[in-house]
Design a protein around this ligand. Structure first.
Ligand code: WTA
Length: 573
């Protein structure tokens, strides 16, 4: 009778104005009015309590030591107030950037909302980043405060001399550890909770989050989002992730990645669901146990994880009770048709592919619940999003099915980034003929389904995470043996792509396995494990255009056994 798998989609509420847009409907459901409160921090905690759901669980967190912490929406409201008040006490003011450099601990999830309540801008960064990755992103944002943990303090201390604007290093698990200048302890559990905090009054255009993302050239750029984004994140959470207030939801993404904030903080908490978070990384058995233990109903994950689960096969699935699951979605990389078919066979549910970017802030092309699935296709534009495929060179809509071009979106949806932080030129370059160009190649079929082909730039997508070649090459150059280098993608059965570096050495250095290992570790420590080249090929010289630019695309084409194409065009790239 009450089989959650047949849970019908939310019916349109009585009284919804006819012809109301998906965004207006979301505003109405969120209670957003002209001039009324719309601070994301407030909407995701205080408002849920005002609706009488203060005692409903907001977060169940499992730490790596096996400990569990549970928070109701009332707790979430008070904890986020407490963080906002603490930051205020540190003289953080609206508009300041506050970096969150934390593992997947409750302080990260609540910290983002606390920063937003204060009207400051949250800059979440993967705690796996090395000091150099951290430094480049802090040099761009000029954050005045950073929340971190003891285990990451070493990396933060290393860069303090170069970040004079960073006034407060807030350590959330300091305990009795000796702290240095600029460092201050903050214990969320022990802190006296702040019952009332007036969330900073914001407009739809007030900056909310900065998410750093990689392009082909230059250092990573901060996609700057606004409080108005919640309208799109709420609408897509309801309609694509199909979340209803009584769901138990698991988003496996880290909030250092946009998926972990749009759909790991804002979407679910604006709907008022209980979300579960596992601090530890991927492990097949642990993941199935987690799903079973918490009776997860909706699960949002990524193709790399699904491929790893596929590799383990169906027997391990049979040893667990996963009957609570009713809806599965995936994002970050192409979801292979086999993975969709396998999940249907194994879980009795297909993984639905969703496509979007850091820059779009919300799912833009997707499979909606109930829509016929074509395994291997990303689905169709979300209602409210106008999408097309434009010609690779002219950027005019192609208007024909089956022709590969670039995915383009009509600007104006609520969660679109408003700029790249302090980089308006690169932002402006993303628009052509009135379209926002995503930078991905795809085609549309006769039924309007989008089929992903590949990226149109040199960015490497490894396990769903974008890594910029420039950042890797810059770091490689800092190694004493490296004269020049090129970082490109090479195929990988699980991570889809991994980084491969072509390296020309300075005279007197020998390209042997010891040096290879040393360079790999050098990059892992400075940047991150994902940016670390899995392979290094030592070479005498790198292929270059006549103007001296390294032809990464040629090296990449060789890795993928693809035709080299017309290399003369590279001259103008
Ligand atoms: C890729 C992630 C194929 C794409 C939310 C995009 C995908 C980039 C898909 C954005 C998908 C994301 N199928 N490719 N369903 N989803 N991508 O900014 O290249 O980390 O432009 O945001 O990931 O990655 P980002």
């Amino acid at each position: 009778m009450n089989d959650p798998r047949t849970n019908p989609s939310t019916p349109k509420p009585a009284g919804a104005p006819a012809g109301e847009s998906v965004w207006s409907a979301a505003e109405r459901e969120l209670g957003i009015t002209q001039g009324g409160p719309r601070n994301i921090g407030w909407l995701c905690s205080d408002r849920v309590c005002q609706l009488g759901r203060g005692s409903h669980l907001a977060l169940v967190w499992e730490g790596i030591q096996g400990q569990t912490r549970r928070y109701t929406y009332d707790d979430l409201r008070r904890c986020t107030n407490t963080i906002a008040a603490f930051l205020q006490g540190c003289s953080v003011v609206p508009g300041d950037r506050v970096c969150l450099f934390l593992d997947k601990v409750p302080e990260l999830y609540m910290g983002v909302l606390g920063v937003l309540k204060l009207g400051a801008i949250a800059q979440p960064l993967f705690s796996a980043f090395g000091d150099e990755s951290l430094l480049t992103r802090l040099q761009s944002s000029e954050a005045t405060a950073i929340l971190t943990q003891r285990k990451h303090l070493g990396k933060v201390r290393k860069i303090l001399a170069q970040t004079p604007w960073l006034k407060h290093v807030i350590v959330v698990d300091a305990g009795a550890a000796p702290l240095q200048q600029r460092e201050i302890g903050f214990d969320l559990e022990a802190a006296e909770k702040v019952e009332n905090f007036d969330a900073h009054p914001v407009t739809a255009e007030t900056p909310s989050l900065l998410h750093y993302t990689s392009g082909t050239t230059g250092q990573p750029k901060g996609a700057q989002h606004v409080h108005g984004s919640i309208v799109a994140q709420y609408a897509t959470t309801r309609q694509v992730l199909d979340l209803k207030p009584d769901d138990v939801y698991w988003c496996t993404a880290d909030p250092g990645w946009v998926t972990g904030t749009s759909y790991g903080i804002i979407g679910p908490w604006s709907v008022g669901v209980c979300q579960v978070v596992m601090e530890a990384g991927f492990n097949t058995e642990a993941w199935y146990q987690f799903l079973q233990r918490h009776r997860v109903t909706v699960w949002y994950s990524a193709p790399t994880a699904i491929r790893l689960l596929m590799r383990e096969g169906g027997d391990v699935v049979k040893r667990h009770d996963l009957r609570s699951l009713r809806h599965l979605c995936s994002v970050g990389e192409p979801l292979n048709a086999e993975a969709v078919v396998w999940s249907q066979k194994t879980y009795g549910l297909p993984f639905l592919d969703t496509y979007w970017q850091t820059e779009t802030g919300c799912i833009v092309i997707t499979n909606l619940p109930g829509m016929p699935i074509k395994p291997g296709s990303m689905g169709k534009p979300f209602p409210g999003i106008e999408a097309t495929i434009v010609d690779l060179k002219t950027h005019q809509p192609i208007g024909k099915t089956g022709v590969v071009g670039l995915i383009a979106l009509k600007p104006g949806w609520p969660s679109m980034m408003r700029t790249y932080w302090r980089n308006p030129e690169v932002y402006a370059g993303k628009f052509k003929n009135g379209w926002y160009i995503c930078g991905d190649r795809a085609s549309i079929d006769a039924d309007g389904y989008y089929w992903f082909v590949g990226r149109d730039d040199d960015v490497i997508n490894t396990a769903g995470h974008l890594v910029g070649p420039f950042e890797i090459e810059s770091a490689l150059l800092e190694h004493p043996a490296v004269a020049e280098s090129a970082a490109v993608a090479t195929p990988d059965p699980v991570n889809m792509e991994v980084v491969k570096a072509f390296v020309a050495l300075k005279p007197g250095f020998q390209g042997d396995p010891d040096l290879e290992l040393e360079i790999m570790n050098f990059i892992r420590k400075r940047l991150s494990p994902l940016a670390m080249p899995q392979k290094i090929e030592f070479t005498q010289a790198l292929p270059k255009t006549r103007s001296g630019k390294i032809m990464r695309r040629m090296l990449r084409a060789k890795e993928f056994n693809e035709p080299l194409g017309d290399l003369s065009t590279l001259e103008n790239d």
